[in-house]
Design a binder for this molecule. Sequence first.
Ligand SMILES: [Zn+2]
Length: 430
Amino acid sequence: MTKTVLRGRILSFEREPQSPEDVEAFSYIEDGALVIADGLIEAVGTFDEINTSECNVVDHRPNLLMAGFVDTHLHFPQVQVIASWGAQLLDWLNNYTFPEETRFVDKAHADGIAKVFFDQLIAHGTTSAVAYCSVHTESAEAYFEEAARRDMRMIGGKVMMDRNAPDGLRDTPQSGYDDSKAMLEKWHGRGRALYAITPRFAITSTQEQLEMAGALAGEFPECHIQTHLSENHDEIALTKELFPEARDYIDVYQQVGLLTDKSLLGHSIHLEPREIDAMVDTGAHPVFCPTSNLFLGSGLFDYEGLRARGLVSGVATDIGGGTSYSMLTTLAEGYKVLALRGQKLHPFRAFDWITRGNAETLGLADKIGTLEPGTEADVVVLDARATEAMAIRMDRVETLAEELFLLQVMGDDRAIAETYVAGKAMKQAV
Ligand SMILES: [Zn+2]
């Protein structure tokens, strides 16, 4: 089989950069070669030292090759509610999102949206993501089928929700458990797919349903668990009303076994000290969704506060509360959220975060998120001169850190010259 060699400037993070000067945290090759065979990275080095005879060489110079981006929280059935006007979380769910998600009982509709959804991920350089499907098994089927067709490492799950939602959008504790288990047994570990147990959030589940979700998590401890936590003050107040026995919001999940090092807790903004302790004790992961938090006026994530406690956070788009599929735009808005908190998101940490960092959050850093030999060949090609405004700014850029910050602040899908999934060029082929 012919091997593929990607030639270009190669950047890969090895650990979390501690400062804008921490150049030991990554490897950078000015004229590099990335050798791909059977969907895996076989070797990385300078172009001169790699034997490229009988290889298919693709020259991406002067562009930058990095690991494909990883999005740790978004909603597959919300493609058509992005940019819905004038609401905070609970009204936004009831007025826009829930009616939209009822459509996904129709497999043909779910299939059509899945194609668009995955096209958008690839166009924006995202090669792995963790998504909520709708309550219907049809939506999870459509999601996993389309991911398999493209050989993408995707995590997802059918939402479990049995109250405080309209007709057509509720399961029951038993059917939610049975359907999730059937999907999990069908898809988890099949090809590159992984299943996430997905109780939507406390408000839309009864105690009985959460207990059954916790039981499922206990049966399949290798699966991720995804849900939402402390996004909005009205949401927190309603949760406390619905679960008067719980010590706090996170206790609703903790008491039923839904808080582990596989737990991805979307938003995690308005946290009480005991809730942070509970995350530290269990190794659960907060997930920062800046465009969504700004759009819905939810609040400002305390990046440094949680990091100081040793928590490993993810960063994510949260489509469709979030307003962009782009992890670059997500980093730009993340920078601004942190600025409002008097904190800094420097470019080395930012690009580490959407690659190796998010992979580490998912426990998958041995498979995705870096360009280490032996890992899966998901690669993004970045062009910092993609627009005229970026190109003119690039004329004044002198360092890699400055180039990355330009991509972080001004970049979007136009800056993604190509996206490789398991070694195959996917963007220009779309
Ligand atoms: Zn969400």
